[in-house]
Design a protein around this ligand. Structure first.
Ligand SMILES: Nc1ncnc2c1ncn2[C@@H]1O[C@H](COP(=O)(O)OP(=O)(O)O)[C@@H](O)[C@H]1O
Ligand SMILES: [Mg+2]
Length: 352
């Protein structure tokens, strides 16, 4: 027999009518018509009441619950939520159960998705790191093995090979250092040491440090309209030094030979906007969104040749995030690239 609300209501109504009828038949003055009428009325009212209660309060909700679970199994949360009538509060406890099931399933699903995303990220990261470590390591190994195989006796190549091995290992050490910095920034091990300093002075120091690299590519390092007064910002000196060093050295490395690297400042009441521009080949649109990802390089071979770890901009973004600010990029192919970020002035709260 199929159990549904109609069958249950019918059964209950028949029993109530039968009981009412048999009780009334015991009464002496109850006529056949009265008994029939009482049976009919109790049957009808009992049937309607039970049917409505079961159908609308229980069976329909249970049916919806099953359908919703089926939808959840197929990860169709939108239809499931529609079936359960959204998330508005309801007096019906079964409806509440339904909603809780849906909310719970949704929460679990998003947790699973997050775990999957992290797992994919971890896998990709390990693959990237191994790949990046492999390149300089194998190069150094190659030079040393060649030396051991006899090249060490050749005075002409001995020094050259040792120097090449040393340069590869230097690249490796830089990469490991950058990886460590990135991990420590992400895990919160590195905290920002806020202090007041002149951002123009810091830029001049960064220029001095990178002067030789710029000279090698005949690139001029300029501060646009050098401000006469100091531009004091409230930030972590060493970390902003790292940011500027990376942006300026990128502009030198990837800029146009014989071109320029120009830093400009725009101060307002709350802080200073810093822009680092070059007139190099620029970054094609399709790469711009991904440029801040770790290990992402536009021109894989050229970038590697230039000796970068591919982590510079990822570190820059992290450091600026720790300063509650962001970095923006404007680049046009054949025209040049500008990176811009904002630092709060001394005396203004670091969290804007
Ligand atoms: N000023 C720039 N002009 C053109 N391309 C750039 C510029 N700055 C960064 N890029 C591109 O962004 C990539 C990522 O930069 P970065 O994270 O600093 O890594 P790396 O300098 O180690 O290659 C570079 O490999 C390069 O392709
Ligand atoms: Mg770099």
């Amino acid at each position: 027999m199929v159990i549904n609300s109609r069958a249950v209501a019918l059964l209950l109504a028949v029993s109530v009518a039968a009981i009412t009828g048999s009780f009334l038949s015991l009464a002496e003055d109850a006529t056949g018509f009265i008994i029939f009428l009482a049976c009919g009325l109790s049957f009808a009212s009992c049937f309607i009441l039970t049917f409505i209660t079961l159908e609308f309060l229980i069976f329909r909700e249970v049916k919806n619950l099953y359908k919703a679970i089926d939808k959840i199994n197929h990860q169709d949360f939108k239809s499931a939520a529609e079936l359960l009538g959204g998330f508005q509060p309801s007096a019906n406890p079964l409806k509440q159960v339904n909603r809780q099931v849906l909310a719970y399933a949704k929460q679990k699903q998003s947790e699973i998705e997050e775990l999957k995303r992290m797992e994919a990220f971890r896998r990709e990261f390990i693959a990237d790191v191994s790949h990046e470590l492999k390149t300089p390591l194998f190069a150094a190994q190659g030079f040393l093995l060649t030396l051991l195989d006899g090249a060490i006796d050749d005075e002409n190549v001995r020094y050259k090979f040792l120097k090449k091995a040393a340069r590869s290992l230097e690249g490796l050490s830089m990469l490991v250092q950058d990886l460590l910095t990135l991990t420590q920034l992400e895990s919160g091990q590195i905290t920002m040491q806020f202090e007041d300093f002149d951002i123009v002075k810091l830029t001049e120091i960064v220029f001095e440090q990178l002067e030789e690299n710029a000279l090698r590519r005949s690139i001029s390092l300029e501060i646009e309209n050098p401000p006469e007064e100091k531009l004091i910002v409230h930030a972590d000196y060493n970390r902003i030094n790292q940011v500027m060093t990376n942006l300026v050295s990128n502009a030198i490395k990837y800029g146009r030979e014989g071109g320029y690297v120009r830093v400009s400042f725009l101060a307002d009441a709350n802080g200073v906007q810093v822009s680092v521009s070059d007139n190099g080949p620029g970054i094609p649109k399709e790469h711009q969104r991904r440029i801040f990802e770790r290990f992402y390089r536009v021109e894989k071979s050229r970038s590697r040749q230039e000796g970068g770890s591919g982590l510079g901009l990822a570190i820059v973004k992290h450091i600026l995030q720790k300063h509650h600010t962001d970095i923006s990029l404007h680049s046009e192919v054949g025209v040049g690239t500008t990176f811009t970020f904002y630092l709060p002035k001394a005396g203004t709260p670091s969290q804007r």
